[in-house]
Design a protein around this ligand. Structure first.
Ligand code: G3I
Length: 372
């Protein structure tokens, strides 16, 4: 009888939604009122357009960089301010070359290179090391010395191991071998390395650099092989051989020192990047500048032509997923290497001498904003 009364009580309670002693009062959730679909989707919050190259490039997933001269970094405040504002990558223009780092045998001077690394770190930028093995910028003791193969191997190994170890964990990349192919040929340049060690100096250099820092990305870097043609074929064949031999190469630097009179075509650069990518390599544009000297057009037209070249090369990089970085050999015409090297006035970069952005600057912003 007691059980029948209890069962009856439960039944009544369930029907009348009263609370039984063991039931906790459940919170009442209001039934959401369905909103009629109007066909209008609430807009996503829009990002303001980027105002710096750095921001624009970050949105496209590539690095944007410049070569940096340590003396102007120390002496010209506007130089450092603009560099840090617009770029997220730097390449020491001269401070990590052989003559700068090892002016006397076994005596290393890292102060200038370290200053650039510290500047980059302070401004959230990454650093490409440039370079470990080149036929130029060798200290006199090396350029004028006479060495056996064994001695030169030891010198090169010591230099690479010491320098790469010093910067281990501080750089994203090294140009391990720079400009090893002779102009106008598909053979290796006749450098001290080639003469005294032989063609395998390239393999050794990559292997020693990898041994000293297995994380840093190792590049072969050269000029005049940006699009399609004999030089880029020679570069392609060289790096293909490295890949086939298991040499730890990560990518190819296309220097992109070009001119408005004969720039590579966007399609050729894309095709060249794609064939390098098909080898499993990454690509970076590493030293771009665009000469305007020797062209008879008025200055304003030349600057527009220059802007178009910058635009097209940025578009090429954005079109190939293996292209990771777009680096220029400086950013202000105030400090370009070209007038001194060619003996002629020029304005090859994206800011004028007074740090005003040129049409080329706006062309890069436009290419970075384009979604095609
Ligand atoms: O610092 C000395 C100075 O003390 C001396 O009074 C003066 C006299 O000539 O020379 C100064 O050094 C010069 C240095 O630039 C700094 O201005 C060197 O002579 C000169 O050879 C050196 O030129 C550099 C060149 O590479 C050779 O290392 C350029 O600045 C630099 O832009 C250029 O960069 C190369 C890349 O490394 C590789 N790709 C091509 C690119 C352009 O040539």
């Amino acid at each position: 009888m007691k059980y029948r009364i209890c069962a009856l009580l439960i039944l009544v309670c369930l029907l009348s939604s009263c609370s039984l002693p063991w039931q906790s009062a459940a919170p009442v959730t209001p039934t959401p009122t369905a909103q009629p679909f109007t066909g209008v989707v609430a807009p996503l919050p829009t990002l303001a357009p980027p105002t710096t190259l750095r921001e624009a490039a970050q949105r496209r997933g590539i690095l944007i960089g410049s070569a940096v001269g340590v003396s102007q970094l120390r002496s010209d405040p506007m130089y450092g301010t603009t560099l840090a504002q617009e770029f997220d990558e730097v390449t020491p223009e001269n401070a990590m070359k052989f003559d700068a780092l090892e002016p006397n045998p076994g005596e290393y001077t890292f102060a200038d290179g370290d200053a650039i690394v510290a500047f980059a770190r302070a401004h959230g930028m990454v650093v490409r090391g440039h370079n470990l093995v080149w036929y130029r910028s060798l200290p006199p003791w090396l350029a004028n010395g006479s060495f056996s193969r064994t001695q030169l191997m030891a010198i090169l190994k010591d230099h690479i191991m010491t320098v790469v170890s010093h910067y281990r964990g501080k750089l994203i990349a090294w140009d391990v071998v720079n400009e090893a192919i002779a102009d106008g040929t598909d053979t290796l340049r006749n450098s001290i390395w080639m003469q005294d060690i032989g063609p395998d100096y390239i393999d050794w250099a990559f292997r020693w650099a990898h041994q000293a820092d297995p994380q840093v990305h190792l590049f072969y870097n050269d000029y005049g092989g940006d699009g399609l043609g004999a030089k880029s074929n020679a570069i392609y064949n060289l790096v293909k051989g490295l890949v086939q031999r298991g040499v730890p190469i990560y990518g190819v630097g296309l220097q992109m020192h070009v001119s408005i009179t004969d720039p590579p075509s966007e399609q050729d650069v894309i095709a060249n990047m794609q064939r390098l990518a098909a080898l499993g390599l990454k690509v970076q544009i590493t030293e771009m500048d665009v000469e305007i000297q020797g062209d008879p057009r008025p200055l304003a037209e030349k600057l527009q032509a220059q802007a178009q070249v910058y635009h097209d090369m940025m578009a090429a990089c954005l079109a190939v997923s293996a292209c990771e970085a777009f680096v220029m050999w400086g950013f202000t015409d105030r400090y370009s290497w070209i007038p001194a090297a060619t003996g002629h006035a020029d304005e090859p970069l994206i800011y004028d001498q007074n740090y005003h952005p040129k049409p080329a600057f706006h062309a890069l912003m436009s290419a970075l904003a384009s979604q095609s």
